[in-house]
Design a protein. Sequence first.
Length: 275
Amino acid sequence: MNRFEELLAARAALWLDYADYAGALLAGGSAPWLDASALIAWQRKAQGLLRSDVVELPLGAVAAAWLAAHAPLREAMRAKRRAVFPLRTLLADEAWRAHLAELAGGLRASFAAQPLALACPSPRRWLLDAYQAAHGEAPEIDDDEVESAAVYLADFLRCFGETGVDLLLLQESAASEPGEASALAAYQPVLNVAAHYRWSAGLSAPAGRYAGGEAPLDFVVAPQPAAARYAAQLVPAAYWSGGEAPPCPPGGFRYAGIPGDAQPEAVLQRLAALR
């Protein structure tokens, strides 16, 4: 059992995505993704206040901050117009890989008892996002290009193999989320890496199009629980402004993203109700 499996065996869990909220509240506007020491200190403050059962490292947010600060890498990503080239270039950058390994290692050392999750754009989503970041427009892509993106992502994820990660959450967007489990066949290289390192692997499907199926996922974070090893329930954004929260599924967990502009008093009250 990894730490996540032990957690779910013990109790219903609450996994929070608080990067936007805690960045605004505790870090002067945004999380310090580019400074490992500052990031660990910020995470300790955020966890002391919000107490997520899972500590999350959002690779997409770190990538955005890294690209904003590293113009030569952005230029390198623009060198060719092939759909997969910008993502391939980003994922191969050794300095960024080393920085991420440092962040993950620091989080593992600081939160030794808690599950550590990589929140990672799915191969399809990151293919689209990287091209948009490089060229300012969305590419036309096919299944072969998504599979190529998954191969590059799988190689990239191996840099976390010795950092003590417990979970991999592949995050879809409204543009990338598939409707059928068969669409995840292209992600198999990534899922193979997760299985090799014994990471629990899941999919974030916030649009509700993905209904689950035979794909080898341990959980699916969606508006309605989908068929998977563990049941996961997405808490709707309306909850933070007074809406109702669906119950935690038996043997599973709830996943909630706290809006960046949420009021602190209301957040603490709403968190108490979730627990």
